[in-house]
Design a protein around this ligand. Structure first.
Ligand SMILES: Cc1cc2nc3c(=O)[nH]c(=O)nc-3n(C[C@H](O)[C@H](O)[C@H](O)COP(=O)(O)OP(=O)(O)OC[C@H]3O[C@@H](n4cnc5c(N)ncnc54)[C@H](O)[C@@H]3O)c2cc1C
Length: 703
């Protein structure tokens, strides 16, 4: 029964005969179950299902169509032996016990074979991951174009500084993130420090990691470098399955143009091409170095023993504080209109290892030891925190991501860094005049870290006025993903890129592979439910650059309406937890944090600082306390040592049918199925009566 109900088949409970007309009691439907063997025509593939004797051919066809993503159930034909002959079974007949099936390729869902290749725009983090995913799935009819000549994208080839390091941990970022990638067995599995991976790799190591993954997965043959996808012509109506796209590509190294027909376009164009450009009055009189916080523009030779002012307060600003400290600056001011919450390393790591989202309340509690130690105040009082009076819940909403790292806190505690909540009004020689009237004097270097902006030409190329969910103009065959802006959450699954990219690629590929799902989603009203965004020139925001609320809502809606798309990524929760503890578990992680904390203090001492040593605020005991709070809040125990090593999880196919499963399907049987049989029996009774009236007085058995 459970198997039948899980296939979407109507289950008949013999007791229901009692609700029928008294003449049909015990006659209409048989509740006994027998094994039915289906053999795929022309192959050796067979499938045996326990089905109730009264199950109709039409219902099994509908269940097959549903499970195997076949568009039209009528294209499936069941042939059964009757006497010496074989005969096509009619929909109203009871299913025979041995059936040959025609009209399907397999008893597993078969992804649609699109007539033209799949295009992947961009070979940065996300484009590369998408290529790897296709290759892993054996779907190699792909073409990828990128403007650069190697993997890494704008982020790591152009934006990053030579001092840039990952702020989140490698475990949450490595490009082969995901339980399915682990199963595929390439890249050595878990990215453990014991295998030589650094927890916070620098730009050079990250670029090497992209190359390594690309080679392991054999991505290179599918990528054409120095190639700009310049135009897309959309051929065919939006809902036409035969729609395709003519793309024009400029090959910048050869001064050539090519045209290709494609069926699907994944876009990973990045959204960090341009620094936000703001020119301040008096810049020409400033006399010191002026540069941006990206692409090595900070002016490295103007940092040692110098005073630097950084404008901005996002992740780039935090990174530049570290760079200034590493280059032996005298003092660095972070000038910001409002002070965003920066995150110490430990809460970031904790969120990434947690199998379930960490409540905002716990995240703030984890900030507390570092905030207390370094005079950062009460994290609950920050402008971006929305909490109830009793602090039982916290939602964090801010326009930029957390800047993550410990050194900023330490630098503030040492007096090497200072946050200045103000805005820059104008500049004179080596002086910043702030709106409050305060002056920052003897400044040698002005670093603008004011954020980045997207590229309006992307919207034009896609002929897109608005993005619907993550689909250009609502076209599910043109998904686009870039780093969403800001943060907006009450529970935190990640501060990083890996998990989001993994889910996005999985769920969208599923819908592209099974367009029938898309039709069901549209019928279910997905296009009305998905968030939409138009371009906003005033805010310098093209339609494709969405904020995190938009991206997360879109993901939830697709996942909610199409659970199968959502499930594609595998057991992400268990993977996330185990992978982190295998890659850089509690003790290794804490020891590395403390090492670098001490290293900065040692360096500053050598540079002449007389400040007392500050012990690292997170010890094993403190972190054990976080695990205890998390376990209590979520209602399941979680150990700081990760899952037991010998833990053997059954594969999903081996998961036994337990009481909960039976109760769940019992409810379905008692509601949907009962109703179906009641209405179906009524129509059958009606049919029987009509036939009686129309022809003879003969008793017709309509079941
Ligand atoms: C310094 C720095 C530090 C970061 N630290 C972290 C961190 O600690 N943790 C974390 O999770 N994330 C971090 N990020 C963000 C993370 O790196 C990005 O999320 C990720 O790299 C984005 O990759 P992408 O492929 O979407 O985009 P991009 O890297 O921007 O790549 C886009 C690619 O698309 C190509 N392209 C665009 N348009 C076209 C076209 N029309 N035709 C052909 N090619 C095209 C471009 O050539 C480019 O190569 C950091 C980013 C930076 C810059």
């Amino acid at each position: 029964m459970v198997k039948m109900a899980s296939m979407g088949l109507h289950v008949f409970n013999p007791a229901w005969n009692k609700v029928q007309d008294s003449t049909t009691i015990g006659k209409k439907f048989s509740g006994s179950v027998r094994d039915v063997t289906f053999k795929l025509f022309g192959t050796d593939e067979t499938l045996t299902l326990p089905l109730q004797v009264c199950t109709k051919v039409g219902d099994v066809k509908a269940a097959f169509a549903q499970q195997l993503m076949v568009n039209d159930a009528n294209s499936i034909v069941f042939v059964a032996k009757q006497g010496p002959n074989f005969r096509k079974q009619l929909d109203m007949e009871e299913i025979a016990s041995k059936v040959t099936v025609k009209g399907i390729e397999s008893f597993k869902p078969v992804p649609r074979k699109w007539p033209y290749p799949t295009l992947i725009i961009g070979a940065g983090y996300n484009g590369l991951k998408c290529c790897m995913h296709h290759i892993k799935a054996g779907d190699t009819n792909i073409v990828c174009y990128d403007r650069f000549d190697r993997f890494g994208g704008y982020c790591w080839l152009m934006d990053a500084n030579k001092t840039s390091k990952l702020q989140t941990e490698f475990g949450s970022f490595h490009v082969w993130w995901g339980p399915d990638f682990l199963e595929y067995g390439k890249c050595g599995g878990y990215p453990s420090v014991s295998k030589g991976w650094e927890i916070w790799p620098k730009q050079k190591e990250l670029l090497e990691h992209f190359e390594y993954a690309a080679d392991e997965y054999g991505v290179r043959p599918y990528v054409t470098w120095k190639s700009n996808v310049a135009a897309i012509d959309i051929i065919g109506d939006k809902n036409d399955i035969n729609r395709y796209y003519n793309i024009t590509v400029n090959h910048t190294d050869k001064d050539e143009t090519s045209e290709t027909r494609v069926s699907v376009i994944w876009s990973f164009p990045g959204s960090m091409q341009k620094n936000r450009q703001i020119e301040y009055p008096g810049e020409e009189t400033f006399g010191g170095h002026v540069g941006f916080g990206m692409g090595d523009q900070i002016g490295y030779d103007c940092l040692e023993k110098k005073n630097i002012a950084i404008l901005g307060n996002g992740a780039f600003a935090i990174e530049n504080v570290r760079t200034c400290c590493e280059y032996g600056c005298n003092k660095v001011y972070v000038v910001t209109r409002r002070k965003n919450l920066p995150s110490p390393r430990v809460p970031c790591w904790f969120v990434h290892q947690g199998p379930a989202p960490t409540p905002g309340k716990l995240v703030l509690q984890m900030f507390q030891p570092m905030y207390d130690l370094c005079g950062f105040g009460d994290p609950w009082e920050y402008w971006s925190v929305h909490a109830d009076k009793n602090r039982t819940r916290a939602t964090i909403i801010q326009g930029s991501r957390f800047g993550i790292g410990d050194v900023t806190f330490l630098a503030v505690a040492y007096g090497k860094a200072e946050y200045v909540q103000d805005t820059l009004k104008r500049l004179t020689f080596r002086t910043l005049h702030l709106t409050s009237g305060r002056k920052l004097e003897e400044i040698d270097n002005l670093c603008k870290a004011l954020g980045v902006t997207g590229d309006f030409s992307f919207d034009r190329m896609q002929k897109m006025k608005e993005i619907v969910g993550n689909w250009c103009s609502g076209d599910y065959r043109r998904p686009v993903m870039v780093d969403p802006l800001g943060m907006n959450a009450a529970n935190f699954t990640t501060f990083s890129t890996g998990i989001g990219s993994h889910g996005f690629i999985h769920s969208n590929k599923y819908i592209i592979d099974y367009p029938k799902e898309y039709n069901l989603l549209v019928a279910g009203g997905i296009l009305q439910a998905l968030p939409r965004q138009k371009a906003d020139e005033k805010l310098d925001k093209p339609a494709y650059v969405t904020d995190v609320k938009h991206a997360v809502t879109a993901g939830f809606i697709v996942g909610g309406l199409c659970p199968r798309a959502d499930q594609q990524g595998g057991d992400v929760a268990a993977y996330k937890h185990k992978m982190y503890h295998m890659a850089h578990g509690t003790d290794v992680f804490l020891s590395e944090c403390k090492k670098s904390w001490d290293m900065y203090q040692e360096t500053w001492k050598q540079q002449g600082s007389t400040h007392d040593y500050i012990p690292y605020p997170y010890t094993r005991e403190v972190v054990e306390g976080f695990f205890k709070d998390y376990s209590e809040a979520l209602g399941f125990p979680l150990s700081p040592d990760g899952p037991p090593a010998e833990e053997a999880r059954p594969a999903s196919s081996e998961i036994p049918v337990n009481d909960d499963t039976i109760r769940y399907f019992g409810t379905i049987v008692e509601t949907d199925h009962k109703q179906w049989w009641a209405s179906s029996s009524q129509s059958n009774t009606q049919l029987s009566m009509n036939m009686k009236m129309a022809s003879t007085n003969q008793q017709l058995v309509t079941a």
